[in-house]
Design a binder for this molecule. Sequence first.
Ligand SMILES: Cc1cc2nc3c(=O)[nH]c(=O)nc-3n(C[C@H](O)[C@H](O)[C@H](O)COP(=O)(O)OP(=O)(O)OC[C@H]3O[C@@H](n4cnc5c(N)ncnc54)[C@H](O)[C@@H]3O)c2cc1C
Length: 448
Amino acid sequence: MNKAAKTVFVASRLPKRAGVSGWVATLPPRTPRPALGEAISADVAIIGGGFAGLTAAHRLFRLDPTLRVAILEAGIIGEGPAGANSGFIIDLPHEVSSDDFSGESEGKFRDSVLLQRSAIALASDLAGENGWGKELFDPCGRYSIAMSAEGDKHLYAYSQQLAKMGESHRLLKGAEIEAVTGSKAFTSALFSPGTVIIQPAAYIRGVADCLKEPVRLFEQTPALSFERCGDGWLVKTPSGSVRAVKIIMANNGHAESFGFFRRRLLHVFTYASLTEEFDPGRLGGERKWAATPALPMGTTVRRIDTEGGDRILIRSRYSYNPGIEIGDADIRSAGRLHDGKFSHRFPTLAGVGMQYRWGGAMALTHNHVPAFGEIERGVFAACGCNGLGASNSTAAGIAAAERVLGHDSELGRIYSRLAAPVLLPPQPLTTIGAKIHLAWREWRAGTE
Ligand SMILES: Cc1cc2nc3c(=O)[nH]c(=O)nc-3n(C[C@H](O)[C@H](O)[C@H](O)COP(=O)(O)OP(=O)(O)OC[C@H]3O[C@@H](n4cnc5c(N)ncnc54)[C@H](O)[C@@H]3O)c2cc1C
């Protein structure tokens, strides 16, 4: 088929919000930037205002401050997955010793680290330039935490891999972990210093709000379609349009809603619950820490200190939702799991309830590569976050901006070396396979 013949791409669906993220709910309400209400021209139109889209805009501005860039965000900045996650901008692959990573060569490991550290470097520059405090952007590192023999084994193997790579880290045992977390439930932990912990909704608002003219951001402005128009493209929105020379698709799984990467993206949701504020005296340990699970399907936990008391975040459960949509029942079901994980880890907090619960979409690929590159003449994709968009999508946004401008960099060379996402089996095989796989891995993660 002659791909160049296709001239119109229409969105078959738009993103839907999945519960209220506690990160958004605990911030003052946002006054969104006005929606696009006229026909404008731009050098680059960016579809999506998450990590990838906003970062791409910053990188374009740094490379050419005269470039007219228009970002179209379907919702309100911070209310999508970029403002709803657990807030880990990680610098090292989560799972060096897992099944997924065991075949990785040293070179691939180093590429991942360079990619993730490129994301952290850009985020750190923005934090420094804008004077963001530690409640928004904290380069405090992360714990990987285990609560089973299998988790312990996994962390030990991870530690050996990191030592081999010369990556700084520290293993902790029971009493040391309790001194941090106030919980006796954890059996081992590994601290690595390079991860940045963010308040994701505040961070993504910050990244959006420090964009400068001629970069323009339009909120509540979904891109409904785009079509060839002369040498460029015409992007249509409900009340306006952008005539752009180039487009960056930074809408993650919704790239498929425009017909791109068909049968190559796995639309997986994950879920979080945030407690009400509690008296910090009820839980020992430090008042602020952040831990990812030792096993890939385990539970992420954060303690957050706020003026009114402390809160605990629990993130767990994955579901496969090919329609890129979940309902209240999915959030309630994940919530029941969260309640169990919470009471198991923090029995001294009995009676502390969950105030907010939500879920968010991620786009995974079977071979763990991004959905990246020039997908039509003048249309570039920075999608397929693989569950780690705070670093992966940020890096993809940087690399897409560089590719749009033909800018050469080590990061760009890494993206050039990556394979394309592989084709998934036809439906219903993918759904059956994904559901069985997730259920099996969740069972294997046990209490983790
Ligand atoms: C509960 C939870 C915890 C997580 N924890 C972490 C974590 O700690 N660390 C981590 O790295 N990742 C985490 N993730 C994953 C992370 O949130 C995603 O990987 C990340 O948000 C992807 O960023 P993105 O910019 O690629 O896409 P998104 O954040 O999904 O942004 C895409 C944007 O495109 C917009 N859009 C879609 N279609 C259109 C259209 N037609 N027109 C205009 N706009 C459109 C959407 O509204 C959205 O705002 C977590 C996710 C969840 C749900």
